[in-house]
Design a protein around this ligand. Structure first.
Ligand code: FAD
Length: 377
């Protein structure tokens, strides 16, 4: 059920209703497998993990099913983010071998013309739809870091901009994981792996058509192998990264003695019960973490549907405009800038919904986390 992604609750609920936990477990690694496409809805708060688990419970799906485990990964990355904050952008441990650190993405990768079909298809999908299957994300990250010698952080920033479900924790820490700086074990793939999970994208003779041992040797070398010699000279244009919210600023309604709900981009579920719902876009965050026009369209359409007005600026400047309100509420987020400003603007910050407990001490691996939380869930 991946693209297209309508920014509505109905679309999120339809995807939840369509989950087939058994088929998911059997086929999720295949590029045409029964994945849910719930990423954009989860990232932007149109649904949440507790709501999905309640639906699975209603269909008697066991908590040991693969889909539950994968949803827990999302909560694990957020657990790590809560503990380490902006250090998600710092390698958790030294690179297992001298990884090269180019800080620009090669043009041929950005234009989907590397000549490696699995990579070019994934990049086209990223730029055209904002969605990439999990396995293809792993392939692209591994190719970019280990074969093309680009730093994992540069790759993570590029992905974050274009994914409709771009999530700072899941994305950045997954790139660390692939690079080997999260667990110490880098992720490699090869053409045989592509042939197994996406047969039409396998191609003999490319840079990835090697044994795993040879992929590791390639990863240890410093040289970028470049695009395939017969790769096309022209590809798809790479969409722009937009840091200025593409929306006309409108005046806020009079909020004197009224209750307000502040609605940020990660809590777009509904407008709540407040008298006035105000969408908020914190400019400094978006300057640091730009989005593609597709991502902006998804967020702004939903935000417009659940609010009375949208405010754009530095959140430190919002307070005078809402001072006369009777009560201000919002949902917490870990996104930097928003996270610090919201408790100063609101009397009531509701916790972001989670299904699994958030252990007070940092769990250094998913398996440690899962052991701690799965009994409680
Ligand atoms: C390099 C890389 C970058 C990634 N970037 C992001 C990102 O920015 N945002 C994001 O939500 N996920 C990210 N993931 C995790 C995963 O690829 C996506 O959550 C998943 O592909 C989204 O598609 P889906 O909704 O169809 O997934 P499904 O397989 O249908 O899974 C359902 C939901 O479970 C959660 N989930 C599944 N697998 C994972 C996982 N490995 N880690 C965390 N959550 C998971 C997601 O919320 C997902 O929407 C990344 C993975 C890699 C390897």
């Amino acid at each position: 059920m991946p693209p297209p992604f309508e920014p509505t609750r109905a679309a999120a609920l339809a995807r939840i209703a369509a989950i087939d936990a058994r088929a998911y477990a059997k086929t999720r690694n295949a590029l045409d497998g029964r994945v849910t496409g719930l990423g954009p809805y989860l990232t932007h708060g149109l649904t949440d993990v507790p709501e999905i688990l309640a639906s699975l419970d209603a269909h008697s799906v066991s908590r040991q099913e693969k889909i539950v485990f994968e949803l827990a990964w999302r909560e694990y990355w957020h657990h790590v983010w809560r503990h380490i904050g902006d250090d998600i952008f710092v390698p958790r441990r030294a690179a297992p071998f001298g990884q090269a650190a180019q800080d620009t993405m090669p043009e041929d990768v950005l234009e989907a013309r590397t000549g490696v079909p699995a990579i070019d298809a994934a990049v086209s999908s990223l730029h055209e739809t904002g969605y990439v299957h999990n396995h293809a994300r792993m392939w692209v990250a591994s190719y970019v870091v280990h074969v093309r010698k680009v730093s994992w952080l540069t790759g993570a920033r590029w992905f974050y901009t274009h994914l409709l479900d771009g999530d700072l924790a899941s994305n950045t820490l997954s790139w660390q994981w692939v690079a080997g700086v999260f667990t110490g074990k880098p992720y490699f793939f090869n053409n045989d792996n592509v042939a197994r999970y996406a047969p039409s994208l396998a191609r003999p003779g490319t840079a990835i058509d090697r044994s795993y041992e040879a992929m590791e040797v390639l990863a240890r070398s410093a040289a970028d192998v470049g695009a395939e010699p017969d790769a096309p000279a022209e590809g798809l244009p790479s969409p722009a990264a937009i840091s200025d919210p593409p929306i006309a600023v409108t005046p806020l309604p009079d909020v004197t003695n009224r209750t307000i709900r502040l609605v940020h981009p990660w809590a777009l579920g509904d407008r709540g019960k407040a008298d006035v719902a105000i969408g908020i876009l914190h400019r400094p965050f978006h300057e640091r973490h730009p989005w593609s026009s597709k991502r902006w369209s998804f967020v702004l359409a939903r935000m417009a549907a659940v609010t009375d007005a949208i405010w754009v600026g530095d959140l430190v400047d919002l307070e005078p405009s809402i001072r006369s309100a009777r009560q201000v509420e919002c949902t917490a987020t870990l996104n930097p800038g928003y996270a610090q400003a919201l408790p100063r603007l609101s009397q009531s910050v509701l916790p972001a919904p989670r299904a699994f407990p958030d252990p007070p001490l940092l769990q250094r691996s998913f398996s440690q986390f899962w052991q701690k939380v799965s009994d409680a869930a």
